[in-house]
Design a protein around this ligand. Structure first.
Ligand code: SF4
Ligand code: SF4
Length: 283
């Protein structure tokens, strides 16, 4: 089995040297779209995966379900390792987004609109590079049945949550706005790769799933509440339906032409910028 550090380097290379990781769509092919990734590892039989399935709904996948869907082969969860990869927004994108109010910045909207194509290509490349080094691997974002579902308990959900996986893999904890606060902040997107074989899991340097958010730990901050243009974040947390309605409005009514007249999914992410957890775990 490939050494853990070699795997991390392989993933960093696939992201930073990808011919797709740039703002070509915006006319800036020389400008990287995403910074160097953060990478965490979780055991396939970590009890959290079963806990999420039991809590979110029967449709939620275990690592072995993903492996079977991706390879057609059976494996026990204990034979698998789940790799979480976080893609931090760049300094330039975050600067633009900080200056935006009411409507997300153009750069941010491009990062969201280009995401599906980009992550399919980059995660497929990671899988191919791993296979070339003798590691059987599956990318979550390449599985066609990966889709939105309805959880009896939580409403909007998916067969798999990249952010919950990142939490299990030691990368961060949830904030009031539902974003994952990591060492590189909250302005970030995630993907998941599952491999056959056992790699030492990343130690979770936190006990609680809200450990990095000042609202939960010290009853202060709440900057994301005022940052949201449609009051989708309150002291009670994140209203996913309200947030989603605003994204639909950007897509079909108020967004720029390149979002409304394209296949782009719209984004917002104003709550991920101009807040103390934008770039780091808030002190
Ligand atoms: S802005 Fe403050 S309250 Fe909101 S998620 Fe970040 S730390 Fe928590
Ligand atoms: S993404 Fe936008 S609409 Fe949704 S909670 Fe954050 S700031 Fe509000």
């Amino acid at each position: 089995m490939l050494e853990k550090n070699d795997m991390i380097r392989l993933i960093e290379d696939a992201v930073t040297k990808s011919p797709y990781n740039n703002f070509r769509a915006m006319g800036n092919p020389e400008e990287p779209m995403w910074d160097s990734p953060i990478v965490g590892f979780a055991a396939g039989d970590d009890p959290y995966f079963r806990h999420y399935k039991d809590t979110i709904g029967e449709f939620y996948w275990l690592p072995r379900d993903v492996f079977r869907l991706g390879t057609g082969e059976e494996a026990e969860d204990g034979q698998l390792t789940v790799i979480s990869v976080g893609f931090p927004q760049t300094v330039t994108t975050k600067k633009d987004q900080r200056n935006a109010a009411g409507m997300p910045s153009e750069r941010w909207l491009y990062t969201r609109g280009e995401w599906e194509k980009l992550i399919f290509r980059i995660s497929s490349d990671i899988v191919e590079r791993l296979k070339a080094r003798g590691v059987q691997a599956v990318s979550l974002d390449s599985i066609r049945t990966f889709s939105r579902q309805t959880s009896p308990k939580f409403g909007m959900a998916s067969n798999w949550s990249h952010r919950h996986t990142a939490f299990i893999a030691g990368l961060g904890t949830f904030g009031l706005s539902d974003g994952l606060i990591t060492e590189k902040g909250k302005a970030m997107r995630f993907t998941t790769i599952i491999i056959k074989g056992n790699v030492e899991p990343t130690v979770r340097p936190y006990g609680d799933h809200h450990a990095y958010c000042k609202f939960y730990t010290e009853n202060r901050c709440g900057a994301c509440i005022t940052r949201c243009p449609v009051k989708a974040i309150t002291r009670d947390g994140h209203d996913k339906e309200r947030c989603s309605d605003y994204l639909e409005k950007i897509k079909h009514e108020i967004g720029p032409d390149f979002v409304r007249n394209s296949e782009y999914i719209s984004g917002c992410g104003l709550c991920q910028s101009k807040v103390p957890c934008q770039d780091r775990i808030p002190k």
